[in-house]
Design a protein around this ligand. Structure first.
Ligand code: NDP
Length: 263
């Protein structure tokens, strides 16, 4: 029996066990996936090996800690400096970031997008900005405060704090802030949001499983929109494919995982 888990703090809300166990069940894979609550991220590697895991996902706030504890980091995770998927390979811990590619798959349905405005400057914003640029979409970053913009400036992105931003047209408006997750706040002041939505082709919120105040405003605007469910699904599909070392076709994994979203 192969054992997998998700590490996070908090982690009780995570849908990952449901998603991955659904794939294991329908593809007859002898494996199970659990949750591991971890408050000290520096313990991640030790706990991974102590539990005899074959792979894991990592969520808030441990993605940077996971990056630092891998024996090898592959793909886009090297540039983002954050890891959400761990795979055991010949006794070595290999790190990947499937959030970035998962997001790019999720926005395919918006059609041709050339520019995007990312609201927020945390770990998710880092992953999405790199993925968008690699996908030839120009991202601009807008954050409430200056502090976290340093990473983006160093990477050569156009970025602003609220105080020095003036609205202009962007094709896609993306909320990566946690505003609305456990409060009733919008990610940016309402008049500015209205102005941006009025000039956009679509909008997305990476938060899933609830209608945030941001998404409510987007709905009223009549724009095509998505919450974070498709991104969640796609990052999970890619992670499962890595857990199984490519043994099962992506399409089979996706169709099995989609079933868990109806539960
Ligand atoms: P971080 O804690 O790294 O960053 C949070 C960002 O939100 C910061 O830029 C912060 O600004 C901003 N922010 C927080 N509260 C407010 C507010 N009230 N108004 C305006 N800005 C605010 O978070 P992550 O990037 O790791 O995660 C962000 C969200 O993405 C979470 O809700 C997470 O659940 C979701 N997520 C979804 C995924 C999916 O598969 N759908 C995958 C990964 C993440 P400041 O710098 O000023 O503090």
């Amino acid at each position: 029996m192969k054992v997998f888990s998700i590490f996070g703090d908090p982690v009780s809300h995570s849908r990952s066990p449901l998603m991955h166990n659904s794939v294991f069940k329908s593809l007859n894979i002898k494996a199970c996936y659990s949750r591991t609550h971890l408050s000290d991220g520096s313990q991640l590697r030790d706990v991974f090996f102590a539990k005899g895991l074959k792979g894991a996902n990592v969520t808030v706030p441990h993605k940077e800690a996971a990056y630092a504890q891998c024996d090898e980091v592959r793909g886009i995770a090297k540039e983002i400096k954050a890891v959400n998927t761990l795979v055991l390979e010949k006794g070595r811990l290999i790190g990947y970031n499937t959030d970035a590619d998962g997001f790019m798959s999720a926005i395919q349905s918006f059609g041709e997008i050339k520019t995007a405005l990312i609201l927020g400057a945390g770990g998710t914003a880092r992953a999405l900005s790199i993925a968008l640029r690699n996908g030839e979409i120009t991202p601009t970053i807008l954050n409430r405060s200056q502090g976290r913009l340093e990473y983006f400036t160093a990477k050569g992105f156009e970025c602003y704090a609220w105080d020095d931003f003036t609205a202009k047209p962007y094709d896609l408006i993306i909320n990566t802030t946690s505003a609305g997750l456990s409060d009733s706040e919008l990610p940016i002041p309402r008049p500015l949001l209205m102005e941006l939505l009025g000039q956009a082709k679509g909008a997305i919120d990476v938060i899933y499983g609830q209608e945030t105040p941001y998404l409510r405003e987007v709905k009223v605007s009549g724009l095509p929109y998505k919450d974070g469910s498709d991104m969640l699904l796609e990052q999970g599909v890619l992670a499962n494919h890595l857990f199984m070392h490519g043994e099962y076709p992506i399409e089979h994994i996706r169709s099995s995982m989609i079933e868990s979203f109806a539960l």
